[in-house]
Each structure stands twice: as structure tokens, then as C-alpha cells.
Design a protein around this ligand. Structure first.
Ligand SMILES: Cc1cc2nc3c(=O)[nH]c(=O)nc-3n(C[C@H](O)[C@H](O)[C@H](O)COP(=O)(O)OP(=O)(O)OC[C@H]3O[C@@H](n4cnc5c(N)ncnc54)[C@H](O)[C@@H]3O)c2cc1C
Length: 383
């Protein structure tokens, strides 16, 4: 590529969130391109491993609820328009001590937004879900609308729909630098230069490489996933086994019903080893981590064999308070970004893509983004 190509907007990173942004920009008739180092729905970043939980009574903070409600609508729309199954409504069971952050957070979100949930004591929960074992001090909240998304299918669907709407995609391009200050923004890759009127940065674990203002504010964590053979009559989504999230005495764990021969998927949400270079992520099995997850399995899903059938390794990009950063860049306000999704961002991808597209176009969007602003958390370049 000798001369630079000009676009209305460039999306830097077309993984979970960028694929959705690309689609929404293309749908608005913008001349748009996505650039990524890896191919579509690859397994080198934070958006692989088959499934992701979606839920709406958001224990992390009620301010996520309007975004996730829009995401539910958009996932259903994408599924209907694309024709591929993406969202499975299994319900979500969340269990923890009655006074703990999980149960109290779900109750607060549900109360603030008038969301339907069932709140069960431990005796009721044991009767209703004999596949799970609950501690005596646990309470359970069940949200019917929760379920899971097939992550690789969802990314491919967004990319395909974006391309059908006219978006261009440049994979196998490593972005080296974003140059600001001129009339147009410039993106230098290892294969040439692109220019644009606006930019969306959705670079996941590499966000701080492209936006230096984020340096020192994002930690990358190594996050393994484990699969276990499970009795399909008890643990399959076809027999009504829900996705689940536990706040337990050893940490937070979550899992998915068995949807294929690999079986039930289980992982630890809390903790995780720090990753210094996401391109050199250690994907080998960490025996200590696996034995911790197996310990949770034996205690809370005692009818599932603790012999894992498979594992994968992924990355969380976490902020100091585990809340997303969605903002305009200090570097240049023609650049918008979503970063530090802290291990809970994928369910929002469809809505974040729409939101970022609107922000890049300078359109109003109606969300209150105060909770997600960079300013109070990472400061500005002037202080
Ligand atoms: C194990 C695990 C379980 C999770 N479970 C859930 C869940 O149940 N529910 C939920 O909602 N969320 C969950 N999450 C979080 C969610 O998956 C992530 O927040 C989301 O997928 C991140 O998407 P992203 O677009 O930010 O990053 P990515 O999908 O990693 O995309 C970033 C892209 O940018 C590209 N890129 C970066 N830098 C460059 C460069 N210099 N040049 C070219 N390309 C570049 C990368 O190649 C990549 O494709 C989980 C995450 C993990 C790891």
C-alpha cells in the first residue's frame, strides 16, 4: 500500500467490541475500516473460549443496566437478521452470602431498575437446583433473562454484517502509532498508513499501546477456562441448567451448562496472574489454578467429575476499580475508546459498538457515562 487510504472512521482492533463498532458505523453509511493484527474471532486476545455470560441485574453497579438492556435488544436483532444462533436464554443463578457484594449488588440493581428476579433462601435453592451444592449461609438470586452468548459466532456475525454494509477490514496489520494534531488523524501500521476523521480504539489488552494516557492504569491478567465432562441430564442447557455465578469463601467462580462434548465450562473470576506482555501470554496449564477451580467444583457441583477435558487461556484488562473506561481521548477528542473492560465486557459489545459509533460521529446517545469516565480515575495530562 503506497498512498494512505482515507476513511470517515477507523476502528483500531476488531475483536469483541471493535467488530460491533465497525458494524454500527457501516450501518450508518460511514466509510469505515477495521484494522487488526489477527484474523476474525481469533484466540489471541480476550474474546474466545466459546461462551460469555449475559445478565441484566448488574451486581457491579446499577449504572450498567441501561447499556446491557440495549445490548439484549441488539443481540436479539443481530441474531434475527444474521440468522445464526448467538444468545441462549438459560437464566442465571447467582449464589453468595446474603450480605455479600454479589447478592446485595443484584438486589440493588434490580430494585433501582425494577427488574424481575427471584430471591430464594438456601432450602428453596437446594430443592430447585439439586445439581448445585450451596453453603448454609448462601442466598440465591435467579434472573430468567440471563444466559450466554456464543462469542466467536457473535464476532463473526458483526464482522460479516459490517462488510455486507460496506466496511473494509484489514487483518494482519499491526498498528504502530496513532498520529494526532493534523487535519486528519493518521494511523501507521506495519503495512502502510491510513487517515481518518475519527477513530474508535477497541484494542483490548493493548489499549495503552495505542493510547499512552492509559499507561499504568490497566493491568492484564491471565485467565484460564476449564471444561469438565458432566451428566447431560443434569448439566445441559437442554434440560434447563442455567449459567451460574458464585461468591464463595475461596473467591468468585462462574460457569456454563454443557453445550457440546467438551462439557460444562468453569472458571475463576477473581484473582489471576499478571501478564507483562499480552503477545507472550503463557497458555500452558497452571496446575495450582486448576486445582483451585477443581476444589470449587467438588464443593459446589459435586456430581461433576473433576477431571478436566480441556482448557484455554484468555486475558482480562482490569482498571483499578474494575469499572469500564468509555471516553474521548485526552490525546485528541476525535478519538473515542472503550478500555479496561475488567473481565465483564463482552455482554455489552453490541451496545458499546453502537455507543462508540455515535460518539465517533458526534451524535447524542442518551446514556449517563459518568461512572465510566476516565477523568476522575486516570486524571488528565494537565495534572
Ligand atoms: C476468560 C474470560 C471470561 C470472560 N467472561 C465474560 C463473561 O462471561 N461475560 C462478559 O460479558 N464478559 C466476559 N469476559 C470479558 C470479555 O470477554 C471482554 O471484556 C471482551 O471480550 C473484550 O473485548 P475487546 O474488544 O476489548 O478485546 P479483544 O477482543 O481482545 O479485541 C482487541 C483487538 O485489538 C487488536 N489489537 C490490539 N492492538 C493492536 C495493534 N497494535 N495492532 C493491530 N491490532 C491490535 C487485537 O488483535 C484484538 O483483536 C471474559 C473474558 C475472559 C478473558
Amino acid at each position: 500500500m503506497s498512498n494512505s487510504q482515507h476513511f470517515d472512521c477507523l476502528v483500531l482492533g476488531t475483536g469483541g467490541i471493535g467488530s460491533a463498532a465497525l458494524y454500527h458505523l457501516a450501518k450508518q453509511g460511514k466509510r469505515v475500516a477495521g484494522i487488526d493484527r489477527f484474523g476474525v474471532a481469533h484466540d489471541r486476545g480476550s474474546s474466545h473460549g466459546q461462551t460469555r455470560i449475559i445478565r441484566q441485574s448488574y451486581f457491579e453497579h446499577p449504572s450498567y443496566v441501561p447499556l446491557v438492556q440495549r445490548a439484549f435488544e441488539l443481540w436479539e436483532e443481530l441474531q434475527a437478521e444474521h440468522g445464526r444462533d448467538l444468545y441462549y436464554q438459560t437464566g442465571i443463578l447467582q449464589a453468595g452470602p446474603g450480605g455479600g457484594a454479589l447478592i446485595q449488588g443484584v438486589l440493588a440493581s434490580s430494585a433501582e431498575h425494577g427488574l424481575p428476579i427471584e430471591h430464594l433462601n438456601v432450602a428453596e435453592a437446594r430443592k430447585r437446583w439439586p445439581q448445585f451444592a450451596f453453603d448454609d449461609d448462601m442466598e440465591v438470586v435467579f434472573e430468567q433473562r440471563g444466559g450466554f452468548l456464543l462469542i466467536e459466532h457473535a464476532i463473526s456475525a458483526h464482522i460479516e454484517k459490517a462488510q455486507w454494509a460496506g466496511a473494509e477490514l484489514f487483518v494482519g496489520h499491526t498498528i504502530c502509532e496513532v498520529k494526532t494534531g493534523g487535519r486528519c488523524l493518521e494511523v501507521l501500521t506495519d503495512q502502510g498508513t491510513f487517515t481518518a476523521d475519527s477513530i474508535v480504539v477497541t484494542a483490548g489488552a493493548w489499549a495503552a499501546d495505542l493510547l499512552p494516557e492509559l499507561k499504568g492504569h490497566l493491568r492484564i491478567l491471565n485467565k484460564p477456562l476449564h471444561w469438565y465432562t458432566a451428566d447431560a441430564d443434569l448439566y445441559s442447557n437442554r434440560v434447563g441448567c442455567p449459567v451460574f455465578f458464585f461468591e464463595s469463601e475461596t473467591g468468585d467462580y462462574y460457569g456454563f451448562p454443557s453445550i457440546d462434548e467438551r462439557g460444562l465450562k468453569l472458571a475463576r473470576h477473581s484473582g489471576g496472574a499478571e501478564v507483562s506482555n499480552p503477545l507472550e501470554l503463557n497458555r500452558s496449564l497452571d496446575e495450582d489454578e486448576r486445582s483451585d477451580v477443581a476444589g470449587f467444583l467438588r464443593k459446589h457441583l459435586p456430581q461433576v467429575s473433576d477431571q478436566a477435558t480441556d482448557h484455554a487461556v484468555c486475558m482480562y484488562t482490569v482498571t483499578s476499580d474494575s469499572h469500564f473506561i468509555i471516553d474521548r481521548a485526552e490525546l485528541d477528542d476525535r478519538i473515542v475508546y472503550a478500555a479496561g473492560l475488567s473481565g465483564h465486557g463482552f455482554k455489552f459489545a453490541a451496545a458499546l459498538g453502537e455507543l462508540l459509533a455515535k460518539m465517533a460521529n458526534g451524535e447524542s446517545h442518551g446514556y449517563d457515562l459518568a461512572q465510566f469516565s476516565a477523568r476522575p480515575r486516570i486524571g488528565t495530562r494537565h495534572n
